[in-house]
Design a protein around this ligand. Structure first.
Ligand code: FES
Length: 104
């Protein structure tokens, strides 16, 4: 079983990075600048990005940048769906089209 908990190039754990990020209000670039994590082989980059979004600091599966991009797209899509449902189920694109038709 995998146990991925750190940037192996710098030997800095995701828990240490999370603590640093919380203390200094750092984003990915800030963590990378302060620790050099992500500046070596880059394998830790998707884990750091997930850690920043979710707080997770130990992983049992391999992650790639594509996994993270897909997860972010899915979350944005889900949030858009929730927003759309909260507004009566009509998407903003649909409303815009309706407005344009109404003003023509
Ligand atoms: S594991 Fe972080 S740069 Fe290589």
């Amino acid at each position: 079983m995998l146990h991925i908990d750190r940037c192996v190039c710098v030997d800095c754990t995701f828990a240490e990075m999370r603590s640093l990020a919380e203390r200094k209000k750092l984003d990915f670039k800030g963590i990378s600048r302060e620790t050099n994590c992500g500046m070596g082989c880059g394998l830790c980059v998707p884990y750091i990005k997930v850690m920043l979004r979710t707080g997770q600091t130990v992983f049992d599966e391999m992650l790639t940048e594509a996994d993270v991009d897909r997860e972010i797209r899915d979350a944005a899509s889900e949030a858009g769906g929730r927003r759309s449902r909260a507004q009566g189920g009509e998407s903003s694109r649909h409303r815009s089209a309706g407005s344009a038709e109404g003003s023509a």
